[in-house]
Ligand binder design. Structure first.
Ligand SMILES: Cc1cc2nc3c(=O)[nH]c(=O)nc-3n(C[C@H](O)[C@H](O)[C@H](O)COP(=O)(O)OP(=O)(O)OC[C@H]3O[C@@H](n4cnc5c(N)ncnc54)[C@H](O)[C@@H]3O)c2cc1C
Length: 466
């Protein structure tokens, strides 16, 4: 290790290598505070060449290397192993280049660029990135691509995979995979850059990327609606989607979540005289304010007429729209401040949303009383954050088993947008087809025979080791 640290020091210099354990410690715990690891040093390369050299040196020294972006991941993927201290590679200094090409509507940035910074660059040319999420001030472009992040705009623009036009990466042996650029059409052989998207750093370190940009809308209209009944949710989503791409976000919230948000987040305001059992937040965008507001009003009227909603508030100002979104964001903080909880990031077909939530809730209540069940999420793409507050005496493993059994029964996914990380490695391995197992782990072994590169992600060891 001593030889490795001195070689890394000569590649990265003083600012690029952290060996003081007190300075390293805050980076060894994940955002949720559930995973803790160890590291001998933190490497912070500032260029792709420095990153490639760091990776080569760790491999030659047979030392595990963990990749960390903004460390906002929710499945423990960005935290190194507890058992064997290796090197933690952080990407925040990989923040160049920063090129907006307004005529091609593309942005080429270093992997360490936070999403909010990338968005500000795009905004400078009156363009935007088709991705928004609560962690955008800290989550980085590399991490967002590595996790194939979703967020509230995924129904309009797709997940991160749909935004990426080119990737530069370093393979686990230190070879640099070049960025093929920002062409919209490029069928010159298989596009291997897709290998890195959603792989959580299993196949290489993303060092830079070119992503597609979209025009900024001139007008935005927001409504908070009271659902007549949960069973109306899929129908409301269908109705909203019939208004075309102007509908950008459809989020749903439960009464139990709103009650927690009101209790713990003082700035939260609920405009309804009586909080409905289920509420939906809808956002439309367009070129003209009057036209966009009129479109939202006709969507609201159509939903009322069809009996999908019973009441609603159309934001009359930007600050009222912001207050509606604050309520949605406060669902997370409200539940966190309430106490211990179990988060399940799952997806089901949109048509199954209501029946899935109702059946799962009934099964949970029958099995374990006094749970605070707070399903909310991105209704426009079937993504449910099935979060549950627990108390002493609750069987947490059994709660998760009930939720996952119902997800499977409704042909859903056990990982909608947060990925696999440490949390779901065994689940993935158990559910893979033989062909998928062969492809994923065959490739993993080929690129990293000793299993030292981001070793806890899709580990090549047996599932029992997970
Ligand atoms: C408040 C909050 C709200 C959130 N909302 C959403 C949401 O709406 N939708 C959503 O999808 N997620 C959401 N997340 C989760 C998280 O922000 C995303 O998963 C994000 O993409 C992680 O980016 P990061 O830079 O923090 O990556 P990290 O957490 O540092 O890393 C995530 C994984 O990617 C790997 N990795 C990181 N950088 C690279 C790289 N350059 N190359 C290769 N591998 C790399 C890591 O090893 C790890 O396995 C939220 C998180 C928080 C805290």
């Amino acid at each position: 290790m001593g030889d490795l640290l001195s070689s890394l020091n000569s590649v990265l210099g003083k600012t690029g290598l952290l060996t003081d354990q007190a300075a390293i410690a805050p980076h060894l715990t994940d955002w949720r505070g559930e995973w803790h690891g160890r590291a001998q040093a933190i490497a912070r390369p500032a260029t792709t060449d420095e990153a490639a050299e760091t990776i080569k040196l760790c491999r030659a020294a047979h030392v595990p290397l963990t990749l960390q972006g903004g460390n906002t991941g929710l499945v423990g993927g960005s935290v190194p192993d507890q058992n064997k201290a290796g090197i933690l590679l952080q990407t925040q200094r990989l923040n160049g280049p920063q090129i907006v090409d307004a005529s091609e509507a593309t942005l080429t940035v270093g992997a360490g660029t936070p999403l909010a910074t990338a968005e500000a660059l795009a905004a400078g040319e009156d363009l935007r990135i088709g991705l928004r999420l609560g962690s955008e001030g800290t989550a980085q472009i590399g991490g967002l691509i590595a996790t194939n992040a979703g967020g509230s705009h995924a129904m309009r623009f797709g997940m991160m995979r749909a935004q990426v036009l080119g990737i530069e990466a370093v393979l686990p042996d230190g070879t640099i995979y070049p960025n093929a650029g920002g062409l919209r059409k490029n069928n010159f052989g298989p596009d291997m850059s897709h290998l890195f998207i959603g792989s959580e750093g299993a196949f290489g370190l993303i060092t830079a990327a070119t992503i597609a940009l979209h025009p900024r809308p001139a007008a935005t209209a927001t409504a908070l609606l009271a659902l007549s009944d949960l069973t109306a949710l899929p129908q409301l989503v269908r109705l909203a989607k019939s208004f075309g791409p102007a509908v950008e976000r459809i989020e749903f919230m439960s009464k139990s979540g709103i009650v927690l948000a009101q209790k713990y987040v003082s700035s939260v305001q609920v405009p309804f005289a009586q909080t409905p059992d289920w509420s939906v937040l809808i956002e439309l965008t367009g070129h003209h304010a009057e036209e966009t507001n009129a479109q939202l009003l006709s969507l609201f009227e159509a939903a009322l007429e069809a009996g999908h909603v019973t009441d609603g508030h159309l934001a009359s100002s930007l600050s009222q729209a912001e207050a509606f979104w604050l309520l949605r964001e406060a669902l997370v903080d409200g539940q966190r401040l309430h106490g211990p909880q179990i988060k399940h990031d799952v997806a089901v077909p949109i048509s199954q949303l209501a029946v899935f939530i109702e059946q799962t809730t009934a099964a949970l209540v029958a099995d374990q009383p006094d749970l605070v069940i707070n399903p909310f999420g991105h209704a426009g793409d079937g993504n449910v954050h099935f979060n549950i507050s627990t108390g002493t005496g609750h069987n947490r493993a059994r709660i998760t088993q009930i939720v996952y059994d119902h997800v499977r029964r409704h042909q859903g996914s056990l990982a909608a947008e947060h990925g696999i990380g440490r949390l779901k490695g065994k689940l993935l391995r158990d559910g893979l087809s033989e062909a998928a197992d062969h492809l994923i782990f065959g490739l993993r072994r080929h690129l990293d025979p000793d299993g030292l590169f981001n070793p806890h992600i899709l580990p090549i060891s047996s599932p029992e080791a997970l």
